[in-house]
Design a protein around this ligand. Structure first.
Ligand SMILES: NC(=O)c1ccc[n+]([C@@H]2O[C@H](COP(=O)([O-])OP(=O)(O)OC[C@H]3O[C@@H](n4cnc5c(N)ncnc54)[C@H](OP(=O)(O)O)[C@@H]3O)[C@@H](O)[C@H]2O)c1
Length: 188
């Protein structure tokens, strides 16, 4: 199985990621960076993005499947409504992912939500994490959190992050009262 890299934006220090099934914030530069990170693939290849059914449903219809990436949606109940295409595959079992990742796929990202992030964090398919660490004085309502303990992980340098992501990212962003930066974590 290829390694899978979670990409997630979380409010520090409590690692809050969602509210009522949606993102608690709308940060346009963060959306652009997310797209650039998850789309950047080797020549003649594309990346795959894996998500849970609830995260899939939180994406507005006009934006999905997320373009230029193979979208893999996990749901335990596959029905006739779930039609697979070249860009979208529904799977009812995480262990079937390797069967749909062929040589045309470069990187594999996990893009949510909390159930998958929290479950897979403990598995050895994850050895790197791209975390957007947000800080704000705004009052933000959050009901969904990562239960990650990153103490055994190493926060790599910004240069390591840029090399890993293969795109340009600024050391810090400021948008709508939020300050945020991207961090690459890897297992010790
Ligand atoms: N801040 C961020 O970067 C970020 C990113 C993504 C999402 N989010 C937020 O996270 C929240 C959604 O997270 P969530 O935990 O509620 O839902 P989720 O993880 O997106 O989806 C959960 C669903 O995925 C399916 N699933 C999970 N594990 C599975 C497995 N091993 N095999 C087969 N199917 C599996 C099940 O679907 P069925 O019920 O259909 O069986 C389950 O109900 C939202 O608020 C969203 O905005 C935040």
């Amino acid at each position: 199985m290829k390694s899978i890299t979670p990409v997630v934006a979380a409010l520090m220090p409590n690692l809050g990621i969602g509210y009522k099934g949606k993102l608690p914030w709308r940060l346009s530069k963060e959306i652009i960076n997310f797209k650039n990170i998850t789309c950047k693939a080797a020549d003649n290849k594309r990346n795959a993005v894996i998500m849970g059914r609830k995260t899939w449903e939180s994406i507005p219809k006009k934006f999905k499947p997320l373009p230029d990436r193979l979208n893999i949606v996990l749901t335990r109940t596959i029905t006739e409504e779930h039609t697979n295409t070249d860009d979208l595959i529904y799977l009812n079992d995480f262990n079937k992912i390797s069967s749909v990742i062929d040589d045309s796929i470069d990187k594999v990202f996990l893009i949510g939500g909390s159930e998958l992030y929290n479950h897979l964090f403990k598995s050895n398919v994850i050895d790197s994490i791209i975390l957007t660490e947000l800080h704000t004085e705004n009052s933000v309502e959050i009901d969904t959190f990562l239960d990650w303990d990153l103490t055994d992980w190493v926060q790599k340098s910004h240069e390591d992050l840029l090399a890993f992501a293969g795109i340009d990212l600024e050391p810090e962003y400021n948008e709508k009262g939020y300050t945020y930066k991207y961090s690459l974590y890897q297992r010790q």
